[in-house]
Design a protein around this ligand. Structure first.
Ligand code: F6P
Length: 549
């Protein structure tokens, strides 16, 4: 039976009819305990979800929904290594990568932990050797530049975290992330490098992703052109992959290939050797602190009752807006500059996981699934797209993320920053009534006529939902907690929507067509095999491109 035909779904729908006419302003006015009721704290992490269009009954119905979806059992199945990624017949065990206990994690009767620990040891050895200048290039010089060549999960996570944990990073080393097959990306990067001090990490779970393979070949060619010694490759190229054979065939020494496993999805892989750039940047102790943070969130997720479970609450609020209010999007608005890549990271994590139309039984769903995730540094976005969130016609639930301390202790900066976090979420919730707007205009000395004309534009409807996620410092431990929190939120939503969050068949069609079209771009013959738009575009390109390109 479709989820939307269940009693609990219908109860939520009926409840929505009651709530949608209520304003959060009145909810706050009527309940002084609202913040205490609707906020959760785990160590130094606070989730304030009181500025949502909910009351106690909403949450109680939503908790009932998640119980009926059998979440408790699904959590066990995931952590216990069942093949819950049924379309690829794979287990989903990224949590094993940060299992900091001495408990085994069994997969088909085998404990995966010895392999996980062996790989962590290998990461430590490389990271320390590079950081301590013991890893030397072919000319005896230490590494100054680490270049990650990968895309999607093999780039976004490491890039986001390396950036986020910059204050913990090694200062006299540069990190580059090349993902786009557009030659500008690799060429612009190579321009900054010297082969003798560069370390390339070719990151690809499959080691077949065309963009990555092409960038890696170009980097290798550039290296050999400058160095002219194949044996030097060993000191300058390492790989991370579940396909060791392909990495070796590419020319990377087997001892320089770091392992990945098919039970780790690309977008959930930064905890593995895919996180090498992070480990080199922040050092292994900090990398492990990040794993500790994620493990702590795993334990919280596994053991806390749903009512006190941060990822579960976040997931349910998302469902509330997505499926009952008809919200199409979810904004991610970090106020910490170091989290500037978080929205891009979460776009893949969330949209590649829950952008699905077919349920676990193979039927097309008759309800909305994953939202469009978008976002930007909050302060920058305030001066760009917040207008639409405040006064546009769409409902856009938003997550605000902020750290309580900064690293440079410049008080004015941090106070101004935080005042904006508090002001924006308050403004989005309260809005500005007609009376208040009119009083303000009167104070400015405007005439009655002018006030009448201007008033509609000066009113803010408010009632815009936000979560505020605040933490003491953006340190490695907190970073681990935050990422794991979002991973589990995505998992819970997938369970409620009855979809497989761990495959990504939707990325295949474009890849297949691109391979076919590539061969059509070799000569100058006009093409006719496609629809008129695609034919027109290809032929325009062929006509306009420089000869011999
Ligand atoms: O095409 C999408 C995808 O498969 C993502 O899921 C993945 O993170 C990315 O491409 C890169 O894949 P790989 O690590 O195998 O190169």
């Amino acid at each position: 039976m479709s989820m939307i035909k269940t009693k609990i779904w219908k109860a939520l729908q009926a409840h929505y009819e009651v709530i949608c006419g209520q304003h959060m302003r009145d909810m706050f006015a009527g309940d002084r305990e609202r913040f205490n009721k609707f906020s959760l704290q785990h160590n130094n992490l606070l989730l304030d979800y009181s500025k949502n269009r909910i009351n106690e009954e909403t949450m109680s119905l939503l908790f009932q929904l998640v119980r009926e979806a059998d979440l408790e059992n699904w959590i066990k199945r995931m952590f216990n290594g069942e093949r819950i990624n049924h379309t690829e017949k794979r287990a989903v065990l990224h949590t094993a990568l940060r299992n900091r206990s001495d408990q085994p994690v069994m997969l088909d009767g085998q404990d995966v932990m010895p392999e996980v620990r062996a790989e962590l040891k290998k990461i430590r050895e490389l990271a320390e050797a590079v950081r301590q200048r013991k890893w030397r290039g072919f000319s005896g010089q230490p590494i100054t530049d680490v270049i990650n060549i990968g895309i999607g999960g093999s780039s976004l996570g490491p890039e986001m975290v390396t950036d986020a944990l910059r204050p913990y990073g090694i200062h006299d080393m540069r990190f580059h992330f090349v993902s786009n097959v557009d030659e500008n990306h690799i060429m612009d990067t190579l321009e900054l490098l010297k082969p003798e001090t560069s370390l390339f990490i070719i990151s690809s779970k499959s080691f077949t992703t065309q963009d990555t393979m092409l960038n890696a070949s170009t980097a290798r060619r550039w290296f050999l052109k400058n160095v002219d010694d194949e044996s030097a490759i060993n000191k300058h190229f390492v790989a991370v992959s579940a396909n060791t054979r392909a990495a070796v065939e590419f020319g990377i020494a087997e001892e320089n290939v770091f392992k990945m496993w098919d039970w780790v999805g690309g977008r959930y892989s930064l905890w593995s050797a895919i996180g090498l750039p992070i480990a080199i940047s922040i050092g292994m102790e900090h990398f492990e602190a990040m794993l500790d943070g994620a493990y702590e969130m795993d334990q919280h997720f596994k053991t806390q009752p749903f009512e006190k479970n941060i990822p579960v609450v976040l997931a349910l609020l998302g469902i509330w807006y997505n499926n009952f209010f008809g919200a199409q999007t979810q904004a991610v608005l970090p106020y910490d500059q170091h989290l500037s890549r978080l929205p891009a990271y979460l776009q893949q994590a969330d949209m590649e996981s829950n952008g699905k139309l077919v349920d676990r039984q193979g039927a097309t769903v008759d309800y909305e699934t994953g939202p469009v995730i978008f976002g930007e540094i909050g302060i920058a976005a305030q001066h760009a797209f917040y207008q639409l969130i405040h006064q546009g016609s769409k409902l856009i639930p938003a997550d605000f993320l902020a750290s309580i301390t900064d690293f440079h202790c410049i008080k004015e900066h941090h106070r101004v920053l935080m005042s904006n976090v508090f002001a924006q979420t308050e403004a989005l919730m309260k809005g500005k009534s007609e009376e208040d707007a009119a009083a303000e205009l009167q104070k400015q000395g405007l005439s009655e006529k002018e006030i009448k004309e201007l008033l509609p534009y000066k009113v803010f409807p408010g009632n815009k939902p936000t979560n505020t996620i605040m933490f003491r410092t953006l340190d490695p431990h907190t970073m681990g907690m935050l990422i794991a929190m979002y991973e589990h939120k995505i998992f819970v939503q997938g369970i409620i929507w009855n979809i497989n969050s761990f495959d990504q068949w939707g990325v295949e069609l474009g890849k297949q067509l691109a391979v076919k079209i590539q061969s059509e771009l070799v000569d100058e013959q006009p093409v006719t095999a496609h629809d008129s738009s695609t034919n027109g575009l290809i032929n325009f390109y062929k006509e306009m491109r420089p000869k011999n390109s």
